[in-house]
Design a protein around this ligand. Structure first.
Ligand code: 5RP
Length: 229
């Protein structure tokens, strides 16, 4: 049986093979996306321009000799490759485990094509087992969290979102915001829930990525499989 790390590496390498020499490429964030970035760096494509979804990815890519541009400073991104925390029906996704959801969504939405990559454990029949990350502005964040709680209750999700913290204190995103994680359990109406969360003042973005992925590459014991929405 292949390990999750073997599968992440396999899909990262398979995704790097999709990149053509003169493309503008969006680079995702996380351990799976890092395998992709390393495989892309190893191809040594001199004509490539990359747009990173986080500071960490930009640093990794630069260290490998990849040319990094800011979002909006290039022509349209041809292809973005990124990981996910859950890959659900119709390639609906939960993202943001690495706290990069805002930049990820900005880059995904600016891309002609997006391919999500993940190990087999990421594929789920229904979104929600992985806690949904929600990026909020720091000012008044406890009030915003109460309002998120009210919205979750409207969707019969009876949990309080939890502020993401490490030993060093609350996690700050690359944008200086905070992350709340909502352990929803089951998300029956992801589009409606996403819209309701996004309507709250103080919520910057949520980790539901819907109708954005054009294809998934999933690592399995039998090799990499392709899933279309
Ligand atoms: C970062 C993300 C990542 O893509 C997601 O957390 C998956 O990470 P990994 O590849 O390490 O399992 O959304 O914000």
């Amino acid at each position: 049986m292949s390990s999750a790390e073997d599968q992440k590496r396999a899909v990262g390498e398979a995704a790097a093979a999709l990149v053509e020499a003169d493309m503008v490429v969006g680079l995702g964030t996380g351990s799976t996306a890092a395998w992709f970035v390393k495989a892309l760096g190893a191809r040594g494509l001199a004509g490539l321009t990359c747009v990173a979804t986080s500071q960490a990815t930009a640093e990794l890519a630069s260290s490998l000799g990849l040319k990094i541009a800011e979002l909006g400073e290039t022509r349209t991104i041809d292809l973005t490759i990124d990981g996910a925390d859950e890959i659900g029906p119709g390639l609906s996704l939960i993202k943001g485990g690495g706290a990069a959801l805002l930049r990820e969504k900005l880059v995904w939405e600016a891309s002609k094509r997006c391919v999500v990559i993940g190990d087999a454990a990421k594929q789920v029949p229904l979104l929600g087992r992985y806690a949904l990350p929600i990026e909020v502005v720091a000012f008044g964040h406890k009030t915003t969290a109460d309002r998120i709680c009210d919205v979750l209750a409207e969707f019969e999700i009876g949990v309080a979102p939890r502020l993401r913290v490490t030993d060093a204190g609350p996690v700050r995103t690359d944008n200086g915001n905070l992350i709340y994680d909502a352990a929803c359990g089951r998300i029956e109406e992801p589009a409606a829930l996403g819209a309701a969360l996004k309507s709250l003042t103080g919520v910057v973005e949520h980790g539901l990525f819907l109708d954005l992925a054009d294809r998934a590459l999933i690592g399995t014991d039998g090799g990499v499989i392709t899933v279309e929405p």
